[in-house]
Structures are given as C-alpha cells and as structure tokens.
Design a binder for this molecule. Structure first.
Ligand SMILES: [Zn+2]
Length: 246
C-alpha cells in the first residue's frame, strides 16, 4: 500500500490553503502541471481556456470529513484535426472525470462494501466520518471486474429426508401389496432390501400403503394362501423379487 500523504497526489496538486471547522477540513488545492493532454487525441496543450472549481470528498482525518476544493482548468486542444476543441484536464491519480470523491476514497468505500455489504458498510463509514448509502457501496462492488468479485456460494441442496422412501421403493411396496395382499410388512421389507438394498421398517411400509402412491402393476400371482405347494410359494416370492422395478 502506498505511503499515506495529505494530498491524494502531491506531485500533481499544490496545497494553497488548509481550513478547518469543528467537523470538516477543507483543502484548497490546484493542479500544478503547466499542460494537459487531450483525452481524445492525446496531444499536449498549454493553451488554457478557463478555470473552474470542483468539490471533491477525500478520506477523513481523525473522524473529520475532508473536502478538496480542487481548482482545475479547461484547455484548448491544439490539434487542428481533433474534434475535441476544449477539454478538461484529467488527474486520474486523484479523481475520475465527473466524480465527486477522490479515487482513494472510492477505494475505501469499495473495500468497506466488499467486507460488510451495504447496510453495515454504511454504518461503519458513518463512524469514520464518511457519509454514503448502501446503494452506493453495492454499486461500487458491481462496478468491479468480475474477476475480483467472489463467486456466489454453491446453492444449498437440501438433505434428503431419511424418513422419506425413494419413489421407486414406495411404488414397489404398493405394487407388492396389490399383487399379493397376503404379504406381511416384514416380508415386503425383505423384498425391498433384496431389490433396492434398502430395508424400510414395517411401520414405514404400513404408512406407504396408507398414503400411496397407487399401484402401477396388477396381480400376476395367485393369492399366497391359495398356493398350497411350499415350493410354489417360494417360487412366487422369488418371482416377485426378480420382477422389474416400477
Ligand atoms: Zn484533441
């Protein structure tokens, strides 16, 4: 960081007078260069057209607001081919064209905006003797190159409720119940574990059967109690386990 100096750029500004009230310090300064470059054609000119004064806020001093009364000039462009006949001198190390605060004060506001945002930044600035608005601070952040703005945090992905069964398991439970009403919850839980690697509790299965969804398959096996042969019963279970999902 550059060494702090009273004036934003002591090589380009001359301090004529320093005046102070109880809450404000006014520095009357003037530009020192005998010439200025036309912003359009870059040709230097010493032909002064007129003088004018800009009121520019600067960094505070010990909590007191500092205002620069900047005496600056307009020049004639000496380039006959240039369409800009008159231009105002630029002092980019001090203040941007048409700005009402110094570049270094803008830097302070930008840092405050990045650190605290609009509302809290405004309160901190007020404590330093600076007056700004949340919109101003946020506007300075938006004006920065995109590379300086930290990326948005990744979107918050809600954790899946572990109590909620995936839809395919819920569908399988109601299908099993529709295909074979004699299955008891723990038997359906076993089938779900074999097919999906997830074993819902009997209580969950009862809840799914009470709340849906609707079955997507119809009965394909005879009711369990009508199958008298024990081998056929086991085969029916294996058939249900190996049936396609959904
Ligand atoms: Zn020019």
């Amino acid at each position: 960081m550059a060494e702090p100096t009273l004036l934003p750029d002591s090589t380009r500004l001359h301090l004529r007078l320093l005046d102070a009230s109880t809450s404000t310090i006014i520095a009357i300064v003037a530009t020192t260069s005998p010439e200025a470059a036309c912003p359009l054609c870059q040709r230097s000119s010493r032909r002064i057209h007129s003088h004018y004064v800009r009121q520019i806020a600067d960094r505070p001093w010990m909590g007191c607001a500092v205002r620069l009364e900047l005496h600056t000039r307009r020049f004639f462009c000496v380039n006959k081919d240039c369409v800009r006949q008159i231009f105002t001198e630029r002092i980019p190390t001090v203040v941007a064209p048409y700005a009402r605060r110094t570049t270094r004060l803008t830097d302070v506001f930008t840092l405050i905006g990045f650190a605290l945002g609009g509302e809290a930044g405004k309160r901190l600035a007020a404590g330093m003797g600076l007056f700004t608005s949340p919109d101003t601070l946020l506007g300075l952040i938006r004006a920065q190159p995109a590379s300086l703005i930290p990326p948005d945090p990744p979107p918050v992905v809600p954790k899946r409720d572990q109590r909620t069964l995936p839809p395919d398991i819920r569908q399988e439970i109601v299908n099993l119940a529709a295909e074979y009403p004699a299955f008891r919850p723990h038997e359906m839980a076993t089938i779900c574990f074999v097919k999906f690697g997830h074993q819902p509790s009997p209580r969950t299965i009862k809840l799914v059967l009470a709340t849906g969804p609707k079955p997507s398959r119809s009965r394909c096996i005879a009711p369990f109690h009508e199958i008298t042969d024990s081998f056929a019963r086991r085969r029916a279970i294996i058939q249900l386990v190996n049936s396609p999902k959904g």
